[in-house]
Design a protein around this ligand. Structure first.
Ligand SMILES: NC(=O)C1=CN([C@@H]2O[C@H](COP(=O)(O)OP(=O)(O)OC[C@H]3O[C@@H](n4cnc5c(N)ncnc54)[C@H](O)[C@@H]3O)[C@@H](O)[C@H]2O)C=CC1
Ligand SMILES: O=C(O)C(=O)COP(=O)(O)O
Length: 529
């Protein structure tokens, strides 16, 4: 196996380089490359993995050139610089490190809050300029003050914890925060308007979404306490910068500390130069400890995926542990092939697909298996579908996907059945994996078979009447099509029967037409796996 190759296009800790090397992965460390999108687009085609922070924008354009790319690893939390739908459509896993820099970022928010309260940067500049303006700076105490936390997830709850330690009262607005969790972390869950009315300091810790964009705008600011101080260490765009600048001028807002900006790098910004505005250049995650954490973690996660198929912290695929990955692998292959078998036989729109997992396989990561089955099913119809994109594509097409798990009900330790419902009919196909690790077809439309998935196959449904097999076999022989394996099955004597034949090489159209024309034949299809 050739070594997978990873590009690090951002300023990750060199610890990541070492991990990749130790794991036997070739690595190019080009910490400034992310800023050069043309160069990135030019070379991305060579790599199986891309490790980034926030400076690299992984756009659809970059992904279009990423022929070999399997994984984008974000050494950090926010993935708003990655076009995840485009990555998903390409089958590229996008993973992050959701906790590695949370403490550090929470500490940055607290640092900025305290710096705001005591005007530290301005006082420092004045003192070092030799002015000794003892009477110019008058701070505010934070003990007993109310901190409003918008977004109380990983970072917001650490900020809340630290603020409680500083004897503040903490109110939080987060629609997804349960009352129990609020109680556990010692915050009062409130509505946004209430938070605005009550908070002396407001700190933001949500992702940037359509719902959170400009969550603090002119109207919101008008509803706040006069003299409020605002801290944003989450994402630029959560606060309307112009509205905030106006409110700083009228003293409605007494100070603002921003680590993130609508446009980054922020070399000019409407907030710059206002009194009691503190700005840092997106430093939330920039501590030795956090950078070491996220670099090590992302390198391990990416190596695991590239080398073993284990998936951790992916935003567009379920997690699969290193222990699960090898056990899952043959079942992924089985699910994909069963899906493909059903997909190649289906000629009309699919309204629903039910995937049933019986026995041991029911204990596995069935989400991953369902994705595999769907990709096999959809690919014959849509072409460009992969295991990562298949669930999204199925949903977009209005397909209902049901998963059923149950104890073993057959002779097989594990059995997967894919049932496809179209307007015209319902078709089921089942398979298992034997001890040799090879997937087998064991049931087609209720007829028992025992067939491997050959590269090139002919599937025939026919009436169980004498003469068919001979005619079918000699027809293939006469046409120079060599039979590799031959499987037969039937419902009952004289009833519906099937033949599944693996042949060497592809099946010529005219041969298939002749098979189709045999008197007993209902349907003949060439299948490829
Ligand atoms: N400045 C920096 O260098 C860093 C910034 N960040 C950013 O900090 C932010 C928070 O990160 P985490 O706490 O790890 O994320 P998280 O996912 O743990 O928490 C986000 C919270 O926001 C809440 N939320 C979602 N929509 C909301 C809405 N409309 N209103 C109120 N709350 C809402 C969620 O329920 C969740 O609890 C992210 O945007 C991340 O990118 C993270 C690390 C470093
Ligand atoms: O992890 C995050 O979401 C961050 O914003 C940190 O960004 P960075 O890795 O410092 O460019």
């Amino acid at each position: 196996m050739t070594k997978p190759k990873v590009l690090i296009s951002d300023a990750l800790s060199p610890a990541a380089v070492q991990i990749f090397k130790d794991r036997g992965i070739e690595v190019d460390f080009q910490p400034a490359l992310g800023k050069d999108k043309d160069k990135l687009a030019e070379i991305i085609g060579d790599y199986d993995g891309l490790a980034i922070r926030s400076a690299t924008k992984v756009t659809a354009k970059i992904l279009a050139n990423a022929r070999k790319l399997k994984v984008v690893g974000r050494a950090g939390i926010g993935v708003d610089n990655v076009e995840i739908p485009a990555a998903t459509a390409k089958g590229v896993i996008v993973m992050n490190t959701p906790f590695g820099n949370s403490i550090t970022t929470a500490e940055h928010a607290i640092t900025l809050m305290l710096a705001l309260a005591r005007e530290i940067p301005a006082a420092d500049a004045s003192t070092q300029a030799g002015k000794w303006e003892k009477n110019r700076f008058m701070g505010v105490e934070i003990t007993g003050k109310t901190l409003g936390v918008i977004g109380c997830g990983n970072i917001g709850s650490i900020v809340a914890d630290r603020a409680l330690g500083l004897k503040m009262k903490v109110v939080a607005f987060d629609p997804f925060l349960s009352p129990e969790r609020a109680r556990d972390i010692g915050v009062e869950k409130v509505e946004l308007d209430d938070l605005f009315k009550r908070a002396d300091f407001i700190t933001l810790h949500t992702p940037l979404t359509d719902k959170t964009r400009n969550i603090i705008d002119a109207d919101a600011i008008a509803g706040m306490k006069k003299g409020v101080r605002i801290i944003n260490c989450a994402r630029g765009g959560l606060v309307d910068e112009q509205a905030l600048a106006d409110a700083l001028n009228t003293k409605q807002v007494a100070g603002a500390a921003f680590d993130v900006f609508v446009e980054e790098p922020a070399t000019g910004n409407v907030l710059f130069g206002h009194p009691n505005v503190i700005c840092t250049p997106h430093l939330g995650a920039s501590t030795t400890e956090a950078q070491e954490n996220v670099a090590l973690q992302v390198a391990e996660q990416m190596s695991d995926y590239l080398l073993t198929g284990a998936i951790t912290n992916a935003l567009n695929f379920p997690s699969i542990t290193a222990e699960e990955a090898p056990k899952l692998k043959p079942f992924v292959e089985l699910a994909e092939k069963l899906g493909s078998f059903a997909g190649q036989l289906t000629e009309t729109g699919i309204s629903k697909v039910t995937i049933t997992y019986e026995g041991q396989v029911a204990e596995m990561k069935i989400k991953a298996l369902t994705s595999a089955a769907l990709s096999g099913l959809l690919r014959p119809m849509l072409g460009d579908v992969n295991v990562v994109s298949a669930p999204v594509v199925a949903k977009e097409r209005g397909m209902v996907v049901d998963e059923v798990v149950r104890a073993a009900q057959s002779d097989y330790e594990s059995l997967i059945t894919v049932t496809v419902f179209t307007e015209r009919q319902e078709r089921s196909v089942s398979g298992t994996v034997y001890a040799d690790g090879h997937p087998r077809l064991v049931d087609i439309k209720g007829i028992r078979v025992d067939a491997e998935f050959g590269k090139s196959m002919i599937y025939v449904t026919n009436e169980d009447r004498p003469g068919f097999i001979g005619k079918f076999a000699s027809l293939l022989g006469d046409a120079g099509v060599n039979i590799a394996t031959f499987n037969l099955g039937r419902h009952s004597q004289g009833g519906d029967a099937i033949a599944l034949v693996e042949v060497d090489g592809s099946v010529p159209e005219n041969v298939l037409a002749k098979v189709q024309a045999l008197p007993q034949v209902r349907q003949a299809k060439a299948l490829t796996f």
